[in-house]
Design a protein around this ligand. Structure first.
Ligand code: ARG
Length: 741
């Protein structure tokens, strides 16, 4: 039964294969044809129509993408609608930017949390938008109809972009919808997703960071985890339920569907389903791409981001206002460098490049056996190898200067390049125009929401890093400047910039704008450094871009070949598209794992772990006294499990990645049992290769979320608004019947 179904799917769809639970981020549109039988066997009790329907309300209508602005092209997180009045759950780390922007030292919602007692107290957020998927559609044929064999890669992509734009415009119905066409399988298929985007979003509730970010960056990307990683927003609409910009007249949205929340809890092997907007995976990356990332790209970014995080941390921990200022930026940087660190270790430990190299050898053998294939794919792997080698050589001279030109006075100097260049010429009109443009510069804006001691240290340390990475041969302009003018003392250069550059403070910038003088800019140390960095970067930029384009083109070709290879050699093999910020469904089960020999990790963790990890006054492991008291008193109310414990987080085998954060994890009945918020350390290589034995999703348990809302915050208004359900335990008989159906 399963086989025939899937063979039909293979013929029709080419998005294909033997469905295996856990691995795969599937398009909901194909659930009936590809996944349904499997999901039902695993315990799912909903019909395909209840999951995804474009005519009737279905589960998909409760899943939203979080982004910025009314026309997003992708989503940074996922949310789910949990009430008839447009209440939305997402992660604390997803709402973090909004919570930060709403926080002041007097009203520090990051530190203290926030709970609106009624609609009137809800706080409008600035910029965040919520997208509901209306429908999706395969547009591969229309899109690829515009390409032909005479086009080179750049022409092909331009033609595709134009066609996609045209289709999107037509589907937008004069701006009513926001359609997004995305590439699948490295440009081998195209799908259109049509969204309705709401922009009046308000903060309803958030726990303090000592709950929502408990464990901080130390625990990030790791299990066991004791984080209450959730925050609550509400979607507002005009009186007709349509999207509208913020207005006090707007009303809470009545959604097509909202998720009930289950108090049943979880057992090992229970069916779980996660829907959301995974951002990007690289499951078809070659061994060459992996080597490039591990040996070159990740170390560079890791070094820069870690340095920046450490500097921010130092000042943030000393001053509440500085903490608020930099909280979101720092969380993003720390999240990325730790991710890259994990990937560097685990891609090697889990031998992912070796696994891919073996596949590449088999692919190459298959290509060799047929002259047509040799013609088309004979060079693809060599070309990838060569071009990754090329960008490996160029990367340092692109990325280091790139980040330096975004630092402090050097970044500000960049805003004055247009003027300086015009002023060097003789064209009076051009000079006048450039001077006029200077007047539009808001000098204070450069320094708003920044803390001078932190920024100063950042400049010093970034310049030190840069000077130490490159020698005179690699970076002659900068090196000579530091050696000649500052006797090789890069800190002296940094101090000269801080003390004497026009661009180091708002007053001198304003004075300069009043009386612009090209000579002064040219002699400015920040400006000189900026120019040396740009010339450093420019040396390699053209060949780097060219190589990147060749890599892109050949990844497309490789994936095309790989799909033919699999179709011929392993027709039952599962090929699902990489994540690309489109709505996906993943299903699996609640599972423990063994991170290393002789070590077993349970699939749940409880509030007892909060007491164990708690460090009074610690930046990451402090916890609210009231929470500690409730745990000590074991006052968990209806949120305790069958053993009287309060489950905080649990593990499942679902295949997710960044962008899925905030996604609902649901049980067999489509009820919310938690929110996905992280992956685990041992499987940090998972975006490139799924590791069934090791890879887990970390979810905050819905019962802990409700406990925090109800018992810790006392926000009973929200508890009353939610649809909380608890079922009778199933008897043996009913369980068997479900399986056989
Ligand atoms: N690792 C999580 C993710 O990328 C983000 C967790 C945020 N927490 C933190 N401590 N930075 O989805």
């Amino acid at each position: 039964m399963k086989k025939t179904l899937l063979l039909v799917a293979l013929a029709v769809l080419s998005l294909v294969g033997k469905v295996r639970a856990d691995e795969g981020m599937w398009l909901p549109m194909f659930v009936e044809r590809l996944n349904y039988v499997d999901m039902q066997k695993m315990g799912l009790q909903l019909t395909p129509e209840e999951l995804y329907s474009i005519n009737n309300s279905s589960l998909k209508d409760a899943i939203v993408g979080l982004s910025t602005g009314p026309n997003p092209r992708g989503f940074f997180c996922t949310g789910e609608i949990v009430s008839q009045k447009g209440l939305l759950f997402t992660n604390h780390h997803c709402g973090y930017g909004d919570i930060q922007k709403l926080s002041t030292v007097e009203h520090d919602y990051l530190t203290d949390g926030f709970w609106a007692k009624d609609f009137s107290e809800e706080l409008p957020v600035d910029g965040t938008s919520v997208s509901f998927l209306v429908r999706m559609e395969d547009v591969t044929e229309q899109v690829l109809a515009v390409v032909n064999d005479t086009m080179d890669w750049a022409q092909r992509n331009r033609a595709i972009r134009e066609k996609a734009k045209e289709l999107e415009t037509a589907a937008s119905e004069d701006g009513k919808y926001n359609p997004i066409i995305s590439s699948f399988f490295e440009g081998n298929e195209y799908y259109m997703f049509v969204y309705q985007v709401y922009t009046d979003i308000r903060l309803v509730g958030t726990p303090p960071s000592s709950v929502g970010k408990f464990g901080g960056d130390t625990d990030n990307w790791m299990w066991p985890r004791h984080t209450g990683d959730f925050s609550i927003f509400r979607v507002y609409a005009d009186a007709d339920g349509n999207p509208a910009p913020y207005s006090p007249e707007n009303v809470p949205l009545t959604p097509k569907h909202h998720l009930p929340i289950s108090l049943d809890g979880i057992q090992k092997d229970d069916f779980t389903m996660i829907w959301g907007f995974p951002g990007s995976t690289e499951r078809y990356m070659t061994s060459y791409g992996i080597d490039y990332n591990v040996d070159t790209f990740y170390p560079i970014i890791h070094e820069i981001f870690k340095l920046q995080t450490d500097i921010m941390d130092e000042f943030m921990q000393k001053d509440a206002s500085v903490n608020i200022m930099y909280a979101d930026d720092k969380a993003g940087l720390a999240n990325t460098w730790k991710n890259f660190e994990g990937q560097m270790i685990m891609l090697r430990k889990n031998k992912v490049a070796e696994t891919k190299a073996e596949l590449e050898n088999n692919f190459a053998e298959w290509v060799k056996a047929n002259t047509n294939r040799v013609e088309e794919y004979g060079e693809v792997l060599n070309t990838l190898a060569e071009n990754y080698a090329l960008i490996s050589e160029l990367s340092a001279s692109i990325y280091y200067p790139n980040f330096l030109t975004q630092t402090g006075a050097i970044a500000i100097a960049a805003e004055f390049m247009g003027y300086a260049e015009a002023a060097q010429g003789k064209d009076k009109e051009a000079i006048a125009a450039a001077e006029e443009e200077l007047k539009a510069i808001d000098a204070d804006a450069f320094f708003a929401e920044t803390y001078k001691p932190l920024e100063d240290k950042m400049l010093v340390e970034m310049l030190k890093l840069y000077y130490n990475i490159f020698n005179a041969e690699a970076n002659p302009d900068f090196y000579n400047f530091v050696d000649k003018k500052y006797k090789g003392d890069v800190v002296a250069l940094a101090n000269d910039i801080l003390d004497n550059s026009i661009f180091a403070n708002a007053e001198s910038i304003k004075a300069f704008i009043e009386k612009p003088n090209a000579k002064k800019v040219e002699k400015d140390p920040a400006y000189i450094v900026l120019n040396s960095m740009i010339s450093h970067m420019m040396n390699g930029l053209a060949p780097y871009r060219m190589a990147m384009q060749v890599i892109d083109e050949n990844n497309h070709l490789f994936v095309k070949g790989l799909r033919e290879f699999y179709a011929e050699t392993q027709p039952e093999k599962s090929l699902y598209p990489d994540a690309n910020s489109s709505l996906r469904m993943s299903y699996g089960s609640v599972q423990d794992y063994q991170p290393a020999d002789a070590i077993h990790y349970d699939y749940i963790c409880t509030a007892n772990g909060i007491l164990e990890k708690y460090v009074k006054g610690d930046y990451e492991f402090d916890a609210p006294q009231r929470l500690l008291d409730l745990i000590e008193a074991r006052d968990f109310g209806q949120y305790a499990d069958e053993n009287g414990e309060l489950v905080v987080c649990f593990l499942s085998t679902n295949d997710i990645t960044g962008g899925n954060s905030g996604s609902p994890i649901m049980n067999a009945k489509g009820e919310l049992i938690g929110l996905a918020f992280d992956g685990n350390w041992e499987a940090m290589s998972g975006d490139v290769n799924f590791e069934p034995r090791l890879q887990r999703t970390i979810n905050v348990d819905a019962r802990y979320v409700l406990f925090v809302i109800d018992k810790l915050a006392g926000a009973t208004n929200l508890i009353e608004e939610l649809t909380i359900v608890k079922s009778e335990p199933q008897t043996e008989e009913t369980v068997e019947m479900t399986v056989e159906e």
